[in-house]
Design a binder for this molecule. Sequence first.
Ligand code: TRP
Length: 343
Amino acid sequence: MRNAECGVKTTFRIPHYAFRTMKVLSGIQPTGPIHWGNYFGAIRQYIALQDNEQAFYFIANLHALTTVREREKLQKYTFDVALDLLALGLDPNKATLFVQSDVPEVSELCWLLMTGAPMGLLERCHAYKDKKAKGLTADAGLFTYPVLQAADILAYDSDTVPVGEDQVQHIEVCRDLAGSFNHQFGNVFVMPKAYVLEASARVPGTDGEKMSKSYNNTLLVFEDAKVQRKQIMRIVTDSRPMDQSKEPAGDVLYDLISLVASDAEREQIAATYRRGGFGYGEIKKALADAAEKYWAQPRARRAELAANPEYVRQVLGDGAAKARKKAGEVLKRAQEACGIRSW
Ligand code: TRP
């Protein structure tokens, strides 16, 4: 169980009978406004999992502190993620939403795990390794980032961690740390599994590459509709002759339309591609219309929430109280097991 190597995968499909009994947890770093890729790649699925027996979602501000070093920005981004999730359908009566730093038990648990975390294991983790490879100096926060993430997961007896492919290595580290702690001190931690989110939907950016903040090609979920329309009109397309027919799948505009249009609209657009004799301008317009319609409700809801920050604070406060209760139990169990609380 030791020595999680890069690329080792612990993935599984949810058996249907178990779907509602999972103890789900995931964290979102507040590092800036969310884009379509974030929503279709992850957030939509977190929300779909909120009917489970336990659905804990937290805003990972302690992790974000390793990169966001401006006070106002970090505070704003943190609150914004709460607004975003609630506006997109996260239901606080089903899921527990909280801010990571509101549960200090996790940081204490992190230390207990740190004392048994092999340097070699952390040296192999890509965030740290990549930075070193580029000749940059890393700080201890980045180096021990996976240990805090392990504490996040183990503190709530989570068994299912929905994450993107890039986070699978961190879940492996978590399993390693939990396994060796359990081996030394008895059965303290529940062994979690990564639930790798399906990359079923391709979300291209405005340049046709994968949509990503670092490529500067994003469409933001909560963008002003007029601004977004302009961005859509500027999307780079190929220089196909107007009269030729074209296979829709794989085309940037078609792939984006597929995410936000109804099935009927999508099929109509697909037929237009196959028929040929259309201009990309009209497809862009159709995309902008579909996008405006698709995001209208969450945008309105977000504006309402933003006008009522007290409500959002209340949700986060209630979430933190619930999370602390659970984390307190697990921390106590871990402390007793390793002799920190056994007199
Ligand atoms: N590292 C995750 C990311 O960048 C965020 C995160 C922090 C997380 N703690 C977590 C995800 C615990 C899942 C479980 O996306």
